[in-house]
Ligand binder design. Structure first.
Ligand code: NI
Ligand code: MN
Length: 220
């Protein structure tokens, strides 16, 4: 499986299917990205992003799924703790310690809850934490689903920062960690290399700091 970080929280997993998670990048568009399935972690516009115009089969929490269905999209609604299989790809919805609303619909459109995903494809499991603070049940995500790769926000202010991501990485236990949701804006400035240095000195975890648009091959 190939993993591409398009920027911010937007990640493309390319294997037997192409899964595009949180289709938003700052100052650009990911609408031209070839994708079979879209996954949306929560309703904030820097995550739901271009889900409506992309108009592909979309996996999301039930409230967002209903909203997207009303816009004519094919949807797979689910909720936290559940696992579904879509076209041979498994999606487990995980909790996230964060707020949400369907930002493009306006205040009052709750969007259910913020979430993350463990996505299993071609024998590889990738945990995309969405927007979240640190929570100790990340240990359970590690014990239950054994993700090979973890994508964690590190920008602070709206999510955990580098110090919390250090602990999260140990809770989850994935061999490879990829920081996301940082340096998109001044308010979420973080140094991914400080995380890399500290984690690689103290654990067996490899931190891959990608440039926006950069891909890596996930080899087990
Ligand atoms: Ni958010
Ligand atoms: Mn966000």
């Amino acid at each position: 499986m190939q993993l591409t970080w398009l920027g911010h929280s937007c990640v493309l997993l390319s294997g037997s299917q192409k899964i595009l998670i949180d289709p938003f990048i700052e100052g650009g568009s990911v609408a031209g990205t070839e994708a079979d399935i879209i996954a949306v972690t929560h309703g904030h516009e820097d995550h739901m992003g271009e889900a409506v115009p992309i108009h592909k089969k979309t996996v999301a929490i039930t409230e967002i799924a209903r909203y997207l269905k009303s816009k004519g999209l094919a949807v797979e609604g689910m909720n936290i703790g559940g696992t579904i299989t879509v076209d041979g790809v498994s999606f487990t919805m995980t909790p996230a310690l964060h707020s949400t609303f369907i930002e493009e619909a306006g205040p009052g459109f709750s969007g259910g809850a913020a979430a993350g995903f463990v996505i299993g494809m071609d024998g590889v499991k990738v945990y995309h934490a969405g927007d979240t603070g640190l929570f100790s049940d990340m240990k359970l995500i590690g014990e239950l689903y054994h993700p090979d790769v973890a994508l964690l926000p590190i920008g602070g202010r709206y999510t955990m920062g580098v110090a919390e991501a250090m602990i999260a990485a140990n809770f989850i236990g994935a061999r490879t960690l990829i920081p996301i949701h940082y340096n998109t804006w001044d308010k979420i400035t973080a140094d991914p290399l400080s995380l890399k240095t500290a984690l690689e000195r103290t654990t067996d975890i490899t931190v891959r700091v990608l440039r926006p648009g950069e891909s890596m091959e996930i080899v087990l």
